[in-house]
Ligand binder design. Structure first.
Ligand code: CAA
Length: 296
C-alpha cells in the first residue's frame, strides 16, 4: 500500500495524515471546506515543529513531510489514487454510513476501506459497501503522533489478508497494532470509558473533588492524565456517545452514563473543545484551572 486517503481533517484525521506523511507515504487529506484543511495543515506544521524540537524529526525533513500531504474537497478527486482510505469523520452512524456508500463508489476497487471509529460496529459499516471483506477498523489514539497503539478491528466479513496488510502498514508507521474483534467499544473504550464514567460518578457522589480523583489515578496508577482531565481531552460528548453504545450494545446497566456527564453534554460543557468541562481551558487548549462548578 502506498497512497493513503484520510477523510476528515480534525484532531484524529490530521494526526493520522501527519504520521503517514512522516513515514514517507503520499497522503490525500479530505474535508468539506478549505478553511478546515488549512487549519489542519497548520496543526500538522506545529506538531512537526514539536518533533523537530525534540530531535525526533530533522528540520530539513519538515517541508518534505508537509509536501507529501495534498488537500481535497472533492471525494472522487481525493480517493482516485487510494490504496487505503481511512475515514476519520464525525462519530455518528448517519454520517458514517452515507460517507462509506460514497467512499465505496469512488475508491479504486482494490482499495482497503478503514474507519477510525472509536465504537461504531465495523460489521455494520462494512455492510453498506459492496466490499465488506475489505473493510476494517483502524482505531488510532489521540494524540496520534505520540500514542503507539492502533486497535485493528476485524469485522464479521473482514478478510484475513486485509488484517495482515493493515497490521504490517501500522508497523511501517511506527505503531503497534493489536487485533480485536468487532464487539461494543472494542477493547480500548470498553475498558477506558467505564473508568471515566466511574470517576464522574465518584465526583457526583462527593467522594472526592476533581483534583483529588485525578491525583489518585495519576500518582497511584501512573496515568499521564487523570480520568476527568482525559474525559475533557477526549470530549465529553464523545465519552457520552461511546458509553451509550456500550450501554445499548450490552444491555447492561453497569455502562449507564452518569447523569452528571449527560447534563454537562446537554449544557454544552464538552471539555477542551468548548473551553470548559471539569477544568477550564485557554484558547490554546491548555488547562487554566478547575471549573468554578467543581471548586467547593
Ligand atoms: N504531536 C506531536 N507531539 C506531541 C503532540 C502532538 N499532537 N502532543 C504532545 N506531543 C509530544 C510533546 O512534544 C512531548 O514530547 P516529549 O515527551 O518528547 O517531551 C510529549 O508528547 C508530551 O507532551 P507535553 O509535554 O506537551 O505534555 P504532557 O507531558 O502532558 O503529555 C500527552 C501530553 C501525551 C497527551 C499525555 O498527557 C498523555 O499521554 N495523555 C493520555 C493520552 C491518552 O490517554 N490518549 C488516549 C485517549 S483515548 C482515544 O484517543 C481513543 C478514543 O476512542 C476515545
Amino acid at each position: 500500500m502506498k497512497n493513503i486517503s484520510v477523510i476528515g481533517s480534525g484532531t484524529m484525521g490530521n494526526g493520522i495524515a501527519h504520521v503517514f506523511a512522516q513515514h514517507g507515504y503520499p497522503v490525500a487529506l479530505l474535508d468539506v471546506s478549505q478553511e478546515k484543511l488549512d487549519a489542519a495543515i497548520l496543526t500538522i506544521d506545529r506538531n512537526i515543529a514539536r518533533q523537530v524540537k525534540k530531535g525526533m524529526v530533522r528540520e530539513e525533513e519538515k517541508p518534505e513531510i508537509l509536501q507529501r500531504i495534498s488537500t481535497h474537497k472533492s471525494l472522487p478527486e481525493g480517493l482516485k489514487e487510494a490504496d487505503l482510505v481511512i475515514e476519520a469523520a464525525f462519530e455518528d452512524w448517519e454520517v458514517k454510513q452515507a460517507l462509506f456508500r460514497e467512499i465505496d463508489r469512488y475508491a479504486p476497487v482494490k482499495a482497503i476501506l478503514a474507519s477510525n471509529t472509536s465504537s461504531i460496529s465495523i460489521t455494520k459499516i462494512a455492510a453498506v459497501t459492496a466490499r465488506p471483506q475489505q473493510v476494517i477498523g483502524m482505531h488510532f489514539m489521540n494524540p496520534v503522533p505520540v500514542m503507539e497503539l492502533v486497535e485493528v478491528i476485524c469485522g464479521y466479513a473482514t478478510a484475513q489478508n486485509v488484517v495482515q496488510q493493515v497490521c504490517e502498514l501500522s508497523r511501517m508507521i511506527g505503531k503497534t497494532p493489536v487485533e480485536v474483534t468487532d464487539y461494543p467499544g472494542f477493547v480500548a473504550n470498553r475498558i477506558l470509558m467505564p473508568m471515566i464514567n466511574e470517576a464522574i460518578i465518584a465526583l457526583q457522589e462527593g467522594v472526592s473533588g476533581v483534583s483529588g480523583i485525578d491525583s489518585v489515578m495519576k500518582l497511584g496508577m501512573a496515568h499521564p492524565m487523570g480520568p476527568l482531565q482525559l474525559a475533557d481531552y477526549i470530549g465529553l460528548d464523545v465519552c457520552l456517545s461511546i458509553l451509550t453504545i456500550l450501554y445499548e450494545g450490552f444491555g447492561n446497566p453497569k455502562y449507564a452514563p452518569s447523569p452528571l456527564l449527560v447534563n454537562m453534554v446537554k449544557a454544552g460543557f464538552l471539555g477542551v473543545k468548548s473551553g470548559e468541562g471539569f477544568y477550564t481551558y485557554s484558547s490554546n487548549g491548555k488547562a487554566s484551572g478547575i471549573s468554578e462548578r467543581f471548586k467547593s
